[in-house]
Write a protein that binds this ligand. Structure first.
Ligand SMILES: [Zn+2]
Length: 503
């Protein structure tokens, strides 16, 4: 008996030890991957204060920038995205089709006024330039060598427009997407100065760490990227301290009408911030199911938080790291769920694996659309048939191209081009989302489901926390299939493939 008891105790102890070890290993490896990746990144320390009366956001930000390139830099350039919402902006995020939906109280101006710039504590001139006052140029006055750091301090005041957009406020939510000066990407001898137009999500940035304090009226609820470490409350104001490590951008949303629910998916707490949702548990479940499914299909989402946020927003949804907007204008609930799944897939294909969303929007949007269908294949209880959707996309694409051709003479089916070079929103949507989805379906047909998935996992592992070029994607699939796929990619991306209906 003694022996037996002692034997059982040993088994029990070994099991518990193994269990604990395994448990600890999982948590550590997951946390590790973000913490390890965050070590040599640029740090943004941002103090923000929002005044609801004036709709002004006062910001003081210190960027501890590390030169990630193999060349010396003698200046830095920052995108000033809020300036696209100016009254005299040449290129605007809202086109005429969406004007009344975005500005339901008439046009309202948004902008960013930079009041001071310092480099390593020395004053610099405030130099706003670019084609459309869209860039802040900061001369360093010295050469910043690869891997060296410089401290750039920028003070600014942001005017939030009354606009149902990524940046702007509506009846229920105050959306702060792309609101602060963010360092641009240096490429081919210069900093990228992409304009913020109505097509696509023309944002392109490197991974960084964010340490943000936000002060706001205490009757607001705050949803944000990263982890909200603490909130100091006094009678009228809250100040929340947030850390977001290893993310491509930082966004937040304030609302006086939010209810919040949360649940767990793997090592992540999923939050759902909402108003007017008769089935919030089901909406939250879609976020949880999406994180679980994509964890299994592509590789683990390594962050501890993910927030699905209902917003006043002119389009269906918008992705930011650790946080997505889901528009309250999506009326059909099945479509609403579809937006949650689509935006969640972007955590893999946009945030973790970055790509040039200005010139190769198909790379994240097409893959995100196809990933959404992969989600339905894995989760039959959602009652969405993958093949039926592919067939519908194909028919719709062919019909659109025929109608377009009959009106304009020629239909341009090139996928790989700048978002602002698509003549019109529909042409952009069809060639990026719809043809993008069909492209990944064709690639899966060519390689078979198993190799295709292996290729996607390979793409994720090779490129996570980085920016993936089209060549990186091609080689990720070539590596697992031992095939030359350059011609296949080229025929689709450059408009040579002729699509025919199955019927
Ligand atoms: Zn998308």
């Amino acid at each position: 008996m003694k022996k037996s008891i002692s034997y059982k105790r040993i088994i029990f102890a070994v099991t518990i030890t193994l269990f604990l070890l395994l448990g600890v290993t999982v948590v550590v490896s997951c946390k590790d991957s973000v913490e390890k990746q965050s070590k040599n990144l640029t740090n943004y320390n941002i103090n923000l204060s929002f005044d609801d009366g004036t709709k002004l956001l006062t910001g003081s930000q210190t960027v501890d920038y590390v030169n990630p390139y193999e060349v010396c830099l003698n200046k830095l350039e920052f995108h000033l995205y809020p300036n696209a919402f100016r009254g005299d902006a040449k290129v605007r995020p809202v086109n005429s089709n969406n004007f009344t939906k975005a500005y339901d109280n008439g046009f309202s101006e948004g902008k960013i006024d930079v009041s001071s710039v310092k480099v390593n504590d020395e004053d610099r001139a405030v130099n706003v330039s670019g084609e459309d006052n869209n860039m802040l140029v900061v001369d360093l006055n010295f050469d910043l060598y690869p891997d060296d750091r410089v401290k750039v301090q920028i003070d600014y005041i942001v005017t939030l427009p009354n606009c149902n957009h990524r940046f702007g406020y509506g009846v229920n939510t105050y959306n702060f997407g792309n609101f602060y000066p963010v360092v641009s990407i240096y490429q081919n001898g210069g900093f990228r100065q992409d304009l913020y137009g109505a097509n696509g999500d023309p944002f392109y940035s490197d991974m960084a760490n964010y340490y943000v304090n936000i002060t706001y009226d205490s009757d607001f609820t705050l949803a944000s990227s990263g982890v909200q470490n603490s909130t100091n409350q006094n009678t009228t104001k809250n100040t929340t301290q947030i850390t977001a490590l290893g993310v491509r951008d930082f966004a937040f949303v304030l609302s006086k009408n939010f209810s919040v629910k949360s649940a767990t998916a793997g090592n992540t707490t999923v939050y759902y911030y909402y108003y007017d949702d008769p089935s919030p548990d089901q909406s939250l479940k879609a976020g949880v199911d999406a994180i679980n499914t994509f964890n299994k299909l592509f590789g683990e989402y390594p962050y501890s938080t993910y927030s699905v946020v209902k917003t006043n927003f002119v389009h269906g949804g918008m992705e930011y790291p650790n946080l997505v907007y889901i528009s309250d204008s999506v009326e059909d609930y099945k479509d609403y769920i579809n937006v949650i799944i689509h935006e969640t897939a972007h955590q893999w294909w946009y945030n973790l694996v970055g790509s040039d969303a200005c010139n190769n929007a198909w790379q994240d949007e097409g893959l995100t659309e196809f990933s959404t269908l992969m989600f339905y294949r894995e989760n039959p209880d959602y009652n969405v048939d993958m093949q039926q959707n592919i067939n519908a996309s194909l028919s719709s694409y062919i019909l659109f191209s025929e109608v377009y051709e009959s009106v304009y003479g020629k239909f341009d089916s090139v996928m790989s081009k700048n978002v602002n070079d698509f003549s019109g929103e529909m042409l952009y949507v069809y060639n990026t989302y719809v043809k993008g989805e069909l492209f990944f379906d064709a690639l899966e047909d060519l390689l078979g489901e198993k190799l295709f998935l292996k290729g996607l996992k390979n793409y994720f592992n090779n490129c996570k926390f980085k920016i993936a070029s089209t060549d990186d994607m091609i080689s990720s699939f070539e590596m697992v299939s031992n095939r030359d796929l350059k011609g296949f990619f080229d025929s689709w991306l450059n408009g040579k493939v002729i699509l025919q209906s199955y019927n």
